[in-house]
Structures are given as C-alpha cells and as structure tokens.
Write a new protein. Sequence first.
Length: 705
Amino acid sequence: MAPLKTLLAWATSGLLPLVVAKNVHFDLDLTWKKGAPDGNVREMIFMNDQFPGPELRLDQGDDVEFVVHNNMPFKTSVHFHGIEQHNTPWSDGVPGLTQKPIQPGHSWTYRWKATQYGTYWYHAHARSEMMDGLYGPIWINPAPETPQPFHLISKDPADIAAMQKAEKRPHLVTLSDWDHLTASEYQKVQEDTRVNIFCSDSVLINGRGAVYCPGTQNISSVELSYLKTAIDNQPLSDKGCLPNIYETQGDFPPTYPERIPAGLNSGCTPTIGNHEIIEVDSPNGWVSFKFIGASSLKALMFSIDEHPMYIYEVDGSYVEPQLVESAAIFNGERYAAMVKLDKPWKDYTIRVPDTQGDQVISGFATMRYIGSDNISPSKPYVDYGGRNTSASVVALDNKAIKPYPPVTIPQHADQLVNLTLGRWGSAYTWTTSGNALYDVMANWDDPILYDINAKNNLADQVTIQTKNGTWVDLLLQLGDMPHTPAIQAPHVMHKHSNKAYILGVGPGFFNWSSTEEAYAERPELFQMENPQRRDTFVTNGPTGPTWMIVRYQVVNPGPFLFHCHIETHLSNGMAVALLDGVDVWPEVPLGEDQSPGQAQAQGSTLGQGSTSGQGSTSGQGSASGQGSTSGQGSTSGQGSTSGQGSTSGQGSGFGQNGGFGQGQTGFQTGGQGGFQGTGGFPFHSGASSQNEAPRPSGQYQARAW
C-alpha cells in the first residue's frame, strides 16, 4: 500500500427525520521532515504527508473521532479552533489545561460533536508548533433548517438557488505566513536578543507562496502613512520589517539586537516558490470562498481583482451580508465570501497583503475561470502594501457586522473581569492579566481538568473562576503598562469553548465599574442590540490606549484558554485560563486520559467497513535541538478524494508586481516554464519543483460511507 496520504473516514447512521448524523473517523499522521512551501527548504510538520493538513468536511450533528499519531521527535497536541467542545472539554487540545501532551511515538483520540456549522480549523497547541506547519481546515455543512442570509444578497430565485449550491461546495482557502526558522529557532532568537521579533519570510495561500523582494524603494512607496508616523519615519528593511526602536520594542534593557541572525529582519532573498490556482466555473453563477486566517504572526487581508465579495459568515456564524472589495483577516479569524462569477473568462489575482501592523509583505494566488487561457493582467483593488488603489474601494466594516438571524442577550452581567494587555518584563514577553505571565508548559503532566487544584502551579493572576450559568464580561484594556509605549499593534484574543459577544469598543481607559454604567454614559460606544458573536477578538491599535468589552455565558464547565493568537505572544505569556463552572466541575470519563501508562487504545479504532493499510514512516532530518527522528508511523486505509477544490500549479505561469504605483500589473517572460512579474516577484507555477512541499493536486475531504 502507498504511504498514508488520504483520510480514512467511516460512518454509520440511523434514520432521523431531517439530518442523518454520522460517526466520522479522521486519522492525522504527523511527521517531521524537510519541505519548501515557499521555495526555501527547512524542516517542518507534515500531516498525512501533506501541508496544510487535509480538509475535514462534516455535517452539523456529526460525531467526530479525530486520531492524532505523533511520529515526530517532540511532544504535540491539536486544538480545534472555534469548536465549542460542548460537554467534551477533554478534547480541546491544550496541554496543561485539558490534556497531557501527545508523546513521540504515541497516538491520541479526540472525540467531539459538531454542534455548530461553518468554518473552523485545527492546529497545534503545544509551544509554537503552528509556526512549523501543523494546521488544516474544517468546514461543517449547516443543518437543513438553518436560516441562511442569501435572500439579502439577491431577490432572484435563480441567484438564491445558485448561492445555496455554492454554500454546499465551498473552496476552503487557508491564509498563513511562513518563516525560514523553525518555531524553536525563532523563540531562541527572541530569548538570546531580548528583542520582540515579528518579521516573516512569505505569505502562503493553501500552503503555497514565494519570497518576494521588491526593494526598499518600492516598499517605502506603499507604506501606509499611519505606519510611518507610528515609527517616526524610520525606514523599513528590505523585507518590509519594522526597525528595533522604542516605538516597536518599549524600554526593557538590556537588549542585544546585534545577535539577530542575518536574513531574519533584513537580507531579503527571492525564491522560486509555488503558486496556488483556484478554478471556478462560470455557469455555476456564484462561488463561495471560506477564508481561514492561519497566520502565526501576520494580520492579513484578502481581495480578488475585479470581483466584489459578499461577506456572509464570520467565525463560523452567518451574518448580514456586507458587500466589500477587500477584508482584513487576523490570526484565527474566518470569513466566508460569496462571489458572483460574471466577469470575462480569464485569470484574476487573489491578493493577500499584510495589513501593515508590523511588516510590508504580500502573497498571491489565482482565481481561474475554467476553460480560460487568458492571463492578461487583472485590475487590483489593493496594492502590495495593502493600500486601496482608488478612493472608491470598499473595505469590510467590522463595526457593521451583525449576526443573522439577530440575537438577543441579557443587558446585565454577573461578573466583570479586568484584563490588562501588553508587554511585561521584557520586549518579547506579554501579559493578559497585567502583572503575570502564563506559562504554556505549566501542568503539562497534571492538567487542571483532571485536578482543579493543579491550578496552584499557575500564578493566581492568570486563572479566572466562574460559576455555571452566569454571564461574564471580559474587559480588555490596552495602554497602561510600564516601560512600554501606549501605542501597540492590535492583539488578537481567542476564546476557547463557546463564543462571546462584542459589546463595546472605546478609546482611552475604561473608568466605569460595570458595562451597564459605561453604556448609560457612552451608548455610542456600544452595540447592545444584535452584537457580534465571535471567538476571535481584535483590539484597536496602534492609536493609543483602548478597551474592548466581550460577554459570554458559562454553559460548558471546564478549563479553557483565553489568549493572544499571535504565536510569539502566546508562547511568551499572553494568556489566562478561564475555569468555567467551578461549582460543577466535570469529571473526565474513563479512557480519556490517553497519556503513556494510562489505559488507552493504541492507534486508531477503525469502524465497520473501514480498510487499514500501510502506515508512513518519518525519519528525514531531526528538529533543531529536539532530538532524533521517530520511527514507524501509524496505519490507515484509503480515504476518498473530493472533486471540489483547487489545482496546484497546473497550467501556465504568471506573475504580478503587486500593484506598485497605481496598482497596475506587469508581465515579462521568466524561466522555469512560468513568468516573472516586474518588481522582482519571481515564482514558479508550472510543474512541481523539487523543493515543493508535497501536496496532492486536489483537496482531500473526509468522507463517510
């Protein structure tokens, strides 16, 4: 049998009136070996011999068994971002809180019910292993009775039917950044230099991209004015990275910036990487894209040349559609975009620049109309630096996002929790509590879920206790920390378990004793009616002190992390543990503690009718400073592939200059069977290069049969 490249899924079902719930089994075989998603070879994590990880497509109501086989030389875990884990806190995937880490050579089974619909993703939650590539998309098909907002886009029955069909067959588009250092190497640089490092090498779309080096003059020409002001007009590096000055680092001596290795903050070297092509079929009328913000460091933006988008789903829930031409997507966020296919058949560039919180960098992909051989330049809405190419470009208005159908929540909370966000102790260590750091490796062998008294291993300031059934307000305050400038980039706070509602955002300091008191005095700062419902919350910045209030109900007892989703912030202390429902603390079922020495089923448990086959073996290279490679991989049977998805570097190549100047694109003949765009952005989009990260030509889908 061939090495494990497919998903193994099985299902049994009973007769239900509307939805046939399935038992869906999913094997994820983790290996550590060399790959080059942007053309530069480094060691990284592969999932079933591919990157990003295979898609997990489900129906709402399905019961999921997700088995992780750790054939890497270090410990790991997997978190299901946005999945509420109702009544299954032991499957949330956070070492020290809900489980012990998965040891090398061992397996771990996560079991949870798909109670929600919408777009989610899975990723590593041990140290910063997400930076090494452990992530993949999840999409949950809504139950038939779920109200959908497509009639708010068009009243035409044919359009509505086409959109409903597109919603059943979405393209999952994973947007991420990529670094040429491994996560452990990146962390070591911060520790050795005592400097906050936030420079990336490339932006990937579905795991494909290249390093672009437009030069400092071109970078300066697309730099946003507010960024220039924030850093006192200091020049950016040739990688578009910010300088190490007080405005970006604060005042935490001693620091050793001279120890930053060459090529990390400056010294851009272009690569011939890989290019993602997503094919769409014009006769379908509409197409749905589910964009997943899988960045470790960067806050990105997405835009499709000449194609306005209706944003109709945010963080897995439907919203009132908003017509836009670009949308920012921060770490962990998800947005669904419905796009009308009414343009001439040709190639259109998908642009993914940084929003310029900390770097000028961009990535590109292609939306190709099936049957087209026209690669003439398309007209961009945004340029390489994320700036609008005209005053008429419409960006997503986050403040205008409203759930569909509307929601109502109580106007009073039972508890107000004050959290102060910022640097603490050094330029690269961060706090959520305001006066303590969260140790992400604390309790790894004694998770708080197993013993609530284990919380004593954490500082009291980083644990918050709540009672079941109560409503809790989390106050996120920025700009009140010593030795650091009041101006800081946005923080991306993610809440595990159930979602929360964004009630208010305001400038300065929150000087009220309750949300109700603040609302009575400054109602214009609040959205108490039909507030946004999300699991990822982006603070304002970098304009000065600011606050945000989010409200949630405690309905799922257990320990859940609330943390910044910028990986270097989390790994260096920016989190608190929400100990929800301490009055009815759950008991971990027998068998859910699957650490070595405990009773557990080794490997996967295959259901009726499944087929097992030869497993894959890791052993190519070892982690820097992390020990030797692992041995025999896990076994699995043959899964089925879905016809839906994107092609991988098929067809002719093309390039673009990312919209320098007036945002026009330019072309000139390049090598390797592709083209090179002006402005120094080479990439290869013909046959797969020898350095390409292994990836099938289609996207795999978990199937049930």
